[in-house]
Structure formats: structure tokens, C-alpha cells
Write a protein that binds this ligand. Structure first.
Ligand SMILES: C[S@@+](CC[C@H](N)C(=O)[O-])C[C@H]1O[C@@H](n2cnc3c(N)ncnc32)[C@H](O)[C@@H]1O
Length: 265
């Protein structure tokens, strides 16, 4: 089980660390170096690349579920004219931090950030054209409840897009089983298998647009490089436990994404 209070505390306590080293994005996976160009922020390039097959257009209402420090929401609202984003996080400190960044970016009329659990959203039915989960679905304790809620707040023909790490589909070795168990405990996650998550979504009347293994394109190298100083200094960035990042050798996960459309009845 996921202890939501531990997740909340973790994100409440790590604002300075993530904002300093990752610049308001809290994602482990970015495009591999060979796919990145010039001096453009790797997160900006990655998000644009991930969403290249998805419609993001003027007038859309978007929910960023598990918004972190609102780096993605601010980037999207700055890149696409006239889109409106509601952003939710389980961390009240992230809400405060994000609100300041939204004010400074002059985007208060287009981004609203609130404290909410994405399993129980304070929005009307049929409210959003699109819902994004950028490395936040691993904290869901119940995909069935979550996607009923997502279906409720999505408009018919609206879409949900999920990018995250997934447990590999093949049978796990003993070492791999131990590492994923430890990873899930330490980070209070329930890292899903993509096929299982996809089945839950399909069973709730969504049509899968695509479900992709992105290991060819995405890796951890930017994240590793950015956080390395901290690791070498043995600063424990995860206060959920005394475990440290990057201790894993056989973690059976890969980056992938799923896009699904809510069927109109
Ligand atoms: C790894 S961070 C990703 C942040 C952001 N999507 C990004 O790309 O920078 C995970 C985020 O999910 C949020 N989160 C975890 N569980 C949640 C829940 N039940 N409801 C809402 N947000 C949640 C955390 O507060 C955190 O902001």
C-alpha cells in the first residue's frame, strides 16, 4: 500500500533540491542525448516530443495530474496559445511554490494549482479535453478508482496521456523482484506493468490510441547528471527512508507511455 502522507512529506521537503537541480521538473526520464538538440532545456524538448502525436490546441482545458513544481504546466501554457491548465498535487508546499512561479510567469489566468488527490478530484463532470500524468501515476493506489474519476472529469472524446516508468513485462529474476519491491517501498510507489494499466483503462470504456515502450528514446542520463553532486556528497534526497538514489543494479523498469481516448457513449 501507498502511504499518501509519506508521499506528501517527501514532496514537501524536497522543493529546494528538485528546483535547484532539475529546474521545476521532477521527471527521471528525458530524451537520450542523441535526440536532444542545442541548448534547449531537455525537459522542454522531451515534453514536446512526447506530445507530438497528441492534439494540444487553443481553447483546450487540461488537467495536470500530479503537477510537481508546475514546470510542465508553465512550459505548456507558455508554448501553446490560449490553453487552460488545472494542476493538482498532493503537496501543499508544491502548491505554494508553484503559485509563486505562476504569478511570476504572468499565467494566473491560465494555470490554477490546487492541493488535491487525483483519485478524488474537485471538478465537474465532463470538464477537461486532456489529462496528463507525467511520472505521477506510480503513486496511484487504485487504478480502477483513479480512471473512473479521470473518466468522470474528461469530456467525451477527451484523452488521457501517461508517461512513466513501468515494470518490464517479462518474468522477473529474484534480484529484479527484490529491487522493484525495495524501490516501491522506498519511493512509496506501485510501479505498474503497462499491460495491466492498459487493461484497466480499456475496461473503463477508453480506446487506447497507443501504448509504447520508449526505452529506445528516453533514459535517466540528464537526471543522473543533474543529481550526481548530491549523491556523491551522500545527501539523502529521499526522506521517506534512509535509502539513496541510484543504488539499484537490476531494477526491472523502463520508460513508456499510454494515450487513451474516452469513448463517447
Ligand atoms: C515525480 S513528481 C512529477 C511532477 C510533475 N508531473 C513533473 O513532471 O514535474 C510526482 C508528483 O505526483 C504528485 N502526486 C503523488 N500522488 C498524488 C495524488 N494522489 N494526487 C495528486 N498528486 C499526487 C506529487 O505530489 C508530485 O507532485
Amino acid at each position: 500500500m501507498i502511504d499518501i502522507n509519506q508521499v506528501k512529506q517527501h514532496y514537501n521537503r524536497t522543493i529546494d533540491l528538485y528546483s535547484k537541480y532539475l529546474g521545476d521538473f521532477i521527471q527521471a526520464g528525458t530524451l537520450k542525448n542523441e535526440y536532444l538538440t542545442g541548448n534547449v532545456n531537455p525537459y522542454h524538448q522531451t515534453i514536446k516530443w512526447l506530445l507530438r502525436d497528441m492534439e494540444v490546441k487553443s481553447g483546450m482545458r487540461i488537467l495536470d495530474a500530479g503537477c510537481g513544481l508546475c514546470g510542465p504546466a508553465i512550459f505548456l501554457a507558455s508554448s501553446y496559445n490560449n490553453i487552460y491548465i488545472d494542476a493538482v498535487t498532493i503537496s501543499e508546499e508544491q502548491v505554494k511554490y508553484s503559485q509563486k512561479s505562476i504569478n511570476e510567469s504572468n499565467l494566473t489566468d491560465r494555470i490554477k494549482v490546487i492541493l488535491a488527490d487525483y483519485h478524488h478530484l474537485p471538478y465537474n463532470d465532463n470538464n477537461f479535453d486532456a489529462i496528463f500524468f507525467f511520472e505521477s501515476i506510480g503513486y496511484s493506489s487504485n487504478h480502477n478508482i483513479l480512471f473512473k474519476e479521470i473518466s468522470r472529469v474528461l469530456k467525451p472524446n477527451g484523452y488521457v496521456y501517461i508517461k512513466d516508468v513501468f515494470v518490464k513485462e517479462e518474468k522477473l529474476s529474484e534480484d529484479e523482484r527484490c529491487e522493484i519491491k525495495n524501490f516501491n517501498t522506498v519511493f512509496q510507489q506501485l510501479t505498474p506493468r503497462r499491460s495491466k494499466l492498459q487493461k484497466v483503462i480499456e475496461d473503463l470504456n477508453f480506446k487506447i490510441k497507443f501504448s509504447r515502450n520508449l526505452s529506445q528514446y528516453l533514459d535517466y542520463s540528464f537526471f543522473y547528471k543533474s543529481m550526481k553532486t548530491q549523491i556523491d556528497d551522500h545527501i539523502v534526497i529521499d526522506e521517506i527512508s534512509d535509502y539513496k538514489y541510484f543504488r539499484y543494479e537490476n531494477l526491472p523498469v523502463y520508460f513508456g507511455d499510454i494515450a487513451a481516448i474516452k469513448e463517447s457513449k
